[in-house]
Structures are given as structure tokens and as C-alpha cells.
Write a protein that binds this ligand. Sequence first.
Ligand SMILES: [Zn+2]
Length: 453
Amino acid sequence: MKRSLPRSTRSSATRCWVVRKPSGWLAAVTLCSLVSGALPVLAAAPSASIEAESSAGILAMEAERYDEALNHFRRAVALAPRDPTLQRNLAVAYHNAAIALATAGQMDTAVRYAKSAVSLLPDDQDFRASLSRLLAQQGRDLVGRGRYPQARLLLQEALRYDSRNANALVTLGFAAYYTQQLMQARNYWRQASALQPGEVSMRQLLKQLDQELDFESKFTRAMAFRFDIRLEPGLAQELAQPVGEWLTEARRVIGNDLQFFPKQQVVVLVYRLESFRQLRQEVPEWVAGRYDGKIRLPWDPSSGEAALRQITWHEYTHAVVQGLTNGRCPLWLNEGLAEWEGAKQLAIPLTALREALAKQPAGVIPFAQLSESFQWSARADQVTLAYEQSYSIVQLLIDRYGLYRLRRLLRRLNDGVTIDEALQAEYRLSLGELQALWLKSVAKTLAAPAPSS
Ligand SMILES: [Zn+2]
């Protein structure tokens, strides 16, 4: 299922703070006349070379050639270490370079530069806030990948530079939420909400959390290797053992298929069917399991063990895809893969797809609309078709090109390229060409009438 963790919004999160103080730094430079050579430290160094370095630095800054500007300002500061204007210019150069690097996705260097700016001017609130945002952005990326302990360290550091960084608090809340530390999540989200009282989504999140806290704190905890399994009271507690075994097996097989093994424990909540429906009233009936940063399994023994194993594998695949791509995998591919892994436990009949193909013209969903077809507001028969179609496409990609290429496709998505670019690069196919290829292939394999009932 679709998960609710905010996707990494590298560019937009950066954009909101790209305030390069257009008048600020230049004004600061021109305000203090370096040419005067009035500062006492200048006695030891020729003012002309300080001025030359400073002017060259300013020109480089104007042209956004930050490394060059940094070199000039560093040399100027070395010549006049106590000149506050030169120090400020150097700090601004570090700061603006950090912003440019973050925009280009070079987060580690960006953070290093932003720290240099702060170490030159430790009390500058703008520099501190920028550094805090960068750290929060890195923390958010790690939370998206399920690397919670590392994320927490960065987010706490972000708060040390700016205690009013609401994004850092929200993300810390998610790191706690996904590890089922619900009280902690509530504390962080309440603090964030106090900083942004108008934020409606935060209030909704807190409302949902209050309900879950009330309910899920009564669950019993049964650990399995790499999984933190919690069962609702009222369910047979010995369920934890088979669920743990299925998940452990899923981790091994799916991990091998996709070459990815989440480092952190994955939280798995097992609900009584009625409680799940009550707690998640917005979720339609057809939802048999859910992954939203945690695996949620409504336990319906009437569906049989193979179906329950299939759901468990399906949801665990989502956890792996999330860790691999940080939410950048299109829904159709994500669901198709989850179905492909789930089908190892229980075959998927493809009845809806056969029926759609039997129509003239074929009633399949156009690829460009496939991801939207999983919406909870969609008709159940359309959703079934979307699952079968996505599964069938993934099956074709794997049968024809192998798992190796699919793994590379996922890595490309993780690097931030679009699905069209990734398909083109990996398979030399556009989305339209893939659709045509798939239609041709299923028309052959599924043309035969469905097994008689
Ligand atoms: Zn799913």
C-alpha cells in the first residue's frame, strides 16, 4: 500500500531557504572600506593584496563561482585575521556555497561548508538556521530509508543549531513513530505543532497518533530476528511464531532478489480484523495489509494460511523497496513487485486481466494512469485490475530481462531519475513501448480461456 511518510523533497526543501541575502553580503563588503587599510592588523600585510583578494572574491561570488571566492576570501582572512568584514564575507561565501551544493544534491559537502560558516560566526541566526535545515534534510532522507538511529543523531544536531526547526521535530517524530515509540513521537509532534499552530496536517497526525497510542500500547511484543512484532490482545499469542518465520524467510528471499536487507528492525503490527477496520476507517475493505513505514496486518484466519503468507511477503516487499528507493518508486512498479514476491506464496489468478484483455478493444489501464488506479477512492474491480496488470508487467520485465536489470532500475530511481528515464536507460524502452511490448506478450500468454470454474 501507499505509505504516508513525506517523500524526500530535496529540491523543494532546499528552495525554501535559498535566500542568499542578495543585498546582505555585498552591502557588508562595501560598507567597510578595505582600501583604507585602517585596521591595525593590516600593518603586517600589504593592504593592496588584501584589497585585491577581497575584490576578486566579491567578483567570484557575484558570478556564483564559490570555490574561487572561498580561495580569495581565505587568503584575505589569512592576511588580516581580525578584520570582521573579511570574516563575514568568508562566512557568507561558505554559506552560499553550501546552498548551491545542497541544490545540486551534494549534501555532505554542503553541511561541511554550512558548518564552516557557523564556526566563523557562531551567533549568526541565519547561518545556524540554514545549517539546521540542511541537517534536517539529511535526517529526513535517512528516515525515508529506514535508518532511524543515524537520522536521530542528525536531527538532534539540527535542533542544537536551531531549536525552532519544526521540520526537524516532525521528522524526529516520524523516526520515533516508525519504531513504535509512540509517546516520543507525540512529544516531538506536539512541539512542532506549537511552533506551527496553523499546520492542519500536524493536528490530524496527532489525532491519529492519540488513537493509535491508546490502542496499540496494549499490544504484546514478540521479537523475531530483525522484526519487532506486536500482537493485539485477543489474538492467539502463538501467532507470533509463524509470522516471525514467514518474515524471516521473506527477508532472506526478497533480500536476495533485490539485494537489499534493511538494517533496522521493521515494526509489524498484527490486528484483529474488526479492530483494523475500526482504527483505519478511511481504508477500503479490499485492503488486506498495509505498509506505511510499519507493516500492518489485519488477521483474517478465514482467508487461509497461504493468503496470509502472501500478504506478509507483499507488505515486506514494500519495506524493502522503500529502503532501496526512498519512496521514489512509482506505485505500479512497487505494487507489481510486491505481488510478484507475494505470488511465491500463493499464485495470483489474473482473472480481471484476462477479462479486460477479452474486451474489444482491450480494457486494460493505460500505463500512465496505472499508479493512480490504486487510490482508495477507485472502484474495487479497477483496483484488482491495477494489481494484476502491475504484477504482469513486472513478471514480463523479470522473465525477459532478469532481476539484475530490475535492481538497476530501482537504483536509478533512487538516484532521482524519472521512471521514463530509468526505463530508457535500462531497457531502451519508453513507457509507451513497454506497454506495447507487454500487451503483445500477455495477448499471447493470457489469450487462452481461464481455467474452467
Ligand atoms: Zn501493496
